[in-house]
Design a protein around this ligand. Structure first.
Ligand code: LMR
Length: 313
């Protein structure tokens, strides 16, 4: 039986659990929250949708009962605060790092073999926090951001080209913030280089909009997005539990790849039953390398802030 735990029954966690169940990605989803009755209610609602849509994944909700999450194959951690208008993701570091630390330790106690996917922000540094707390192999602790960021990029391109978003393949690297590095050189429409189909100014505007894609939604809704983030996390779970070996941009600790060490950044990987099966190293040009370096140095600064907070704790 494939069992997946989603920690945090807020908008992102509940959407992820809903996609996992609706698409029958696993046999059981356990949704956990600290707010009394919240996860139970959301799980019940998802279970009651099953006869209408037609799926048989079992959905269970619990309030803080980590024993019920035991022996999960994959755990998605969405816990923590979302941002409000005017905030950056990095502003959440103090609150969310404590939560991610605590949740990861409880998860590991009951599911030592689980592969962990972090969704909480600031994403790259929360992946670092979970990796430290879990003491697991780096291939088994990863962050979800690249699928979401490329999804935004692909959706904007699909709209501009008046074409199905399914036809657009893209890769994007770097941190989950304004320094992220969309890669037009590695973007195709059914195999056709996107640069042959759209003019440079339009493409530049789409790249810039993608970088600020999360903020655009925060401004519109007063809180962070959830449909695309929840679905993106579920897609990573699917690649792992079905051993699909799909290629996605995923946040992982780099250990010499791209000449970067000890930093958590989004890079293209093959995702399968062991988690990160392989990190793919692209032959970046000088401009792309420079953008990746800017992103690395920003993420490293936030990692340093996290280290200082931890040392003072
Ligand atoms: C997103 O990109 O939607 C998330 O990281 C949430 C946020 O605050 O932007």
């Amino acid at each position: 039986m494939t069992k997946v735990t989603v920690v945090g029954a807020g908008n992102v966690g509940a959407t992820c659990a809903d996609v996992l169940a609706t698409r029958e990605i696993c046999q059981e989803v356990v949704l956990v929250d600290i707010k009394e009755g919240f996860a139970e209610g959301k799980a019940l609602d998802i279970a009651q949708k099953a006869p209408v849509i037609g799926y048989d994944t079992r959905t269970v909700g619990v309030t803080g009962d980590y024993a019920r999450t035991a022996n999960s194959d994959v755990v998605v951690i969405t816990s923590g605060l979302p941002r409000k208008p005017g905030m950056t993701r990095d502003d959440l570091i103090a609150t969310n790092s404590k939560i991610v630390n605590e949740v990861t330790s409880k998860i590991i106690e009951h599911s030592p073999n689980a592969i962990i996917i972090i969704v909480s922000n600031p994403l790259d540094v929360m992946t670092y926090a979970a990796h430290l707390a879990s003491k697991k192999d780096r291939r088994q602790v990863m962050g979800m951001a690249g699928i979401l960021d490329t999804a935004r990029y692909r959706a904007f391109l699909a709209e501009a080209l008046d074409i199905s978003p399914k036809e657009i393949q893209a890769i994007l690297m770097g941190g989950h913030g304004d320094t992220m590095v969309p890669l037009p050189r590695y973007t195709t429409v059914a195999g056709i280089p996107v640069t042959e189909l759209i003019d440079a100014d339009k493409l530049d505007a789409i790249v810039e909009r993608t970088k600020k894609g999360g903020g655009e939604l925060v401004k519109l809704m007063g809180t962070s997005a959830w449909y695309a983030p929840g679905a993106a996390a579920a897609q990573m779970v699917e690649a792992i539990v079905k051993n699909q070996r799909r290629v996605f941009p995923v946040c992982v600790k780099l250990d010499g790849e791209y000449d970067i060490k000890d930093c958590y950044l989004g890079v293209p990987v093959i995702l399968g039953k062991n988690g990160i099966e392989k990190i793919i190293e692209l032959d970046l040009n000088d401009d792309e390398k420079a953008m990746l370096e800017t992103s690395r140095s920003h993420v490293k600064e936030v990692m340093d802030t996290f280290d200082k907070m931890n040392a003072g704790a």
